[in-house]
Design a protein around this ligand. Structure first.
Ligand code: GLC
Length: 599
């Protein structure tokens, strides 16, 4: 087996490694035998389906969307109506009671959270979705488990077989060493990276919340057990695994414990294993870090790691452009070339269940005359809604009163100005907010990659301030944008004069166009164009399709020579509105927040 060498490289040549390696072979063999025949059939087609222009995702919390997986049966037509072809169920495996970080503290990987249903019902949903051409994605939280997980419990008891599956220390000598270089993830709600437990008299590594115990991948037993779980779930018919928080998987004293080279080795081994057992499965990696590190998670020429990664850069650049009415940072950052395999795909999104952190390319910011620190403060205050003239309504996340650093929370629509406009009953502001919402959607649906909508955003749901009354989550402002799906509001989509309908059908139309055109495949690149107008973002695909987007509320002129290159037809049509553009006209006028998909 090709990954045997890697296994021994990481775990060393010794008896324990021999033992674990052989156990892993048995796990793989068993999973292959257990793979149901309908999935074996599916496997024959491989996994490059994720590159298709037909891919459009929606992510949701099952309970907030429709209570449970039984009710989900009735919602499948809603996905079909909008044109969704993959649904990402946010953590739905059994998690600890009380605060569980939105399900990211798994207490049992092989069972569904009882409130939501059970494994049998999940499998039923997977099959029902598949019949409608919709793939299923689930979260696979593999960096940590809940402290209540059986592995943690056994480890705590000193059971030999579970020894060292977590990071436990009798005193704080080693934890202190780690802390010297480890970054904090939740500095406000869960500072530091270790927790002392009186009952067991031990320090345990808890990088996220205290109740999320970090798995120790330096122990081959952890890798084996995780692979076993992964393959078992794959055999239930899951198509996409969202590998949660992968940069943190390998911890080593003296490093920041992020993006360690061994994380890449672990992922490469996992990918080879799924290729062996369930080759139709796709890995979606979650690594919200700087671009040059993100791209490494696609793997290298020898071995793939993840097929798809979140395009966190595009996400922050979109919000930056909408706040500043200046697309230069976006245009230049996206023009930067990274070494990305041809079959690598991005998930393009504007909002998800998490906060927005303002990681920009600092040198480009300076190049266009922005001071990085001051600009970050501007973004924080703008999205919060405190900057004079801001249209956004949101909250701070993880605010640090000493450095003033923070991230931001808020829904797509509220951050685009809809909440403020509705509060003020200001018709013109409502129009502008709607335009911003559709504009951002127009980029995530057309730019190279897979568009991902966060449930509720397709009808413009506003911030949900009620989380402040629930004690477990009141301290975590990410719940501001995790409100329950308002099905009453969703019904309004049938009345075309409503806000809900304008957003829903605006998005649907773009999805329909996308699905009917090969230019939207994930292996066809988008190349940004310098439009010579800082409010207008432009890009093209294969010199044939031109996208223009005005990121300001003012009309903007653009010179057609910027994209009037050889071979392009004289007359282009905006496929969304049928508007005709004649390239012999030297300039074209874009209305406030107008976007054109020219073919
Ligand atoms: C990921 C999730 C986030 C969660 C964290 C810990 O970053 O997106 O919501 O808090 O992992 O599991």
């Amino acid at each position: 087996m090709e990954w045997k060498q890697s296994y021994y490289d990481i775990y060393g040549e010794n008896e324990n490694t021999d033992l674990r390696y052989n156990q892993l072979l048995d796990i793989i063999k068993k999973a292959k035998t257990d793979r149901p025949s309908w999935l074996v059939e599916q496997d024959k087609l491989g996994n490059d389906w994720y590159l298709s222009e037909k891919m459009v995702g929606m992510m949701l919390y099952v309970d907030r969307f429709c209570n449970d997986l039984y009710e989900m049966e009735k919602k499948i037509d809603y996905f079909v109506e909008l044109g969704i072809t993959y649904v990402h169920f946010m953590p739905l495996l059994k998690s600890r009671e009380g605060n569980n970080d939105g399900g990211y503290a798994v207490s049992d990987y092989l069972n569904v959270e009882p409130r939501l249903g059970n494994m049998k019902q999940l499998q039923k949903i997977v099959k029902m979705l598949k019949q409608k051409g919709i793939r299923t994605c689930i979260d696979f939280v593999l960096n940590h488990t809940a402290k209540e997980h059986i592995w943690a419990q056994e480890c705590k008891k000193g059971n030999k077989d579970f020894e060292n599956m977590y990071f436990m220390f009798d005193d704080d000598t080693i934890p202190k060493e780690y802390e010297k270089t480890m970054t904090e993830i939740f500095p406000e709600v869960a500072p530091k990276n270790f927790t002392y437990y009186d009952d067991i008299k031990k320090y345990v590594m808890t990088r996220f919340y205290e109740f999320q115990w970090d798995l120790n991948y330096a122990n081959p037993q952890v890798f084996n057990k995780i692979v076993e779980v992964l393959l078992t779930l794959a055999n239930k018919g899951i198509d996409i695994f969202r590998l949660d928080a992968i940069p943190y998987m390998w911890k080593e004293v003296g490093t920041n414990c992020m993006n360690h080279v061994n994380v890449h080795t672990l992922l490469k081994m996992m990918y080879s294993i799924i290729q062996e057992v369930c080759p139709s499965v796709v890995f979606l990696g979650e690594a919200i870090i700087e671009p040059k590190e993100i791209v490494k998670y696609f793997g290298d020429k020898e071995q793939k790691e993840c097929n798809v990664m979140y395009n966190a850069s595009l996400m922050v650049l979109l919000w930056n452009s909408i706040a500043t009415r200046d697309v230069r940072l976006m245009e230049r950052s996206l023009s930067k070339k990274y070494d990305v395999p041809k079959d690598a795909a991005w998930i393009n999104y504007a909002r998800c269940h998490d906060d927005i952190g303002w990681g920009f390319e600092q040198d480009i910011l300076r190049e266009i005359g922005f001071d990085p620190e001051a600009h970050k403060q501007f973004m924080i205050q703008f999205m919060l809604g405190k900057y004079p003239g801001s249209f956004s309504v949101g909250e701070l996340y993880e605010f640090n009163p000493v450095t003033l650093d923070a991230r931001n929370s808020g829904t797509f629509a509220s951050m685009c100005g809809l909440e403020q406009a509705l509060n003020e009953k200001h018709q013109y502001k409502i129009e502008l907010a709607l335009k911003r919402i559709l504009l951002l959607n127009s980029i995530i649906i057309s730019y190279t990659g897979i568009p991902l909508l966060y449930s509720g955003d397709e009808i413009g749901q506003l911030n949900d301030w009620s989380y402040k009354t629930h004690k477990d989550i009141a301290g975590d402002s990410r719940w501001l944008h995790r409100g329950s799906m308002n099905w009453e509001a969703a019904k309004k989509r049938f009345d075309l004069s409503t806000i809900e309908a304008k957003i829903f059908y605006g998005i649907k139309k773009m999805i329909d166009i996308r699905k009917g055109c090969k230019f939207f495949r994930s292996d066809i690149q988008s190349i940004p164009i310098d439009m010579g107008n800082k409010a207008v973002f432009g890009f093209h695909k294969e010199d044939k399709m031109i996208m223009l987007a005005n990121f300001s509320e003012q009309e903007q002129w653009v010179d057609t020579y910027r994209f009037n290159w050889f071979g392009l037809k004289e007359e282009l049509t905006d496929v969304i509105t049928e508007r005709k553009i004649n390239l012999n006209d030297n300039q074209i006028l874009l209305g406030p927040y107008e976007y054109l998909w020219l073919m």
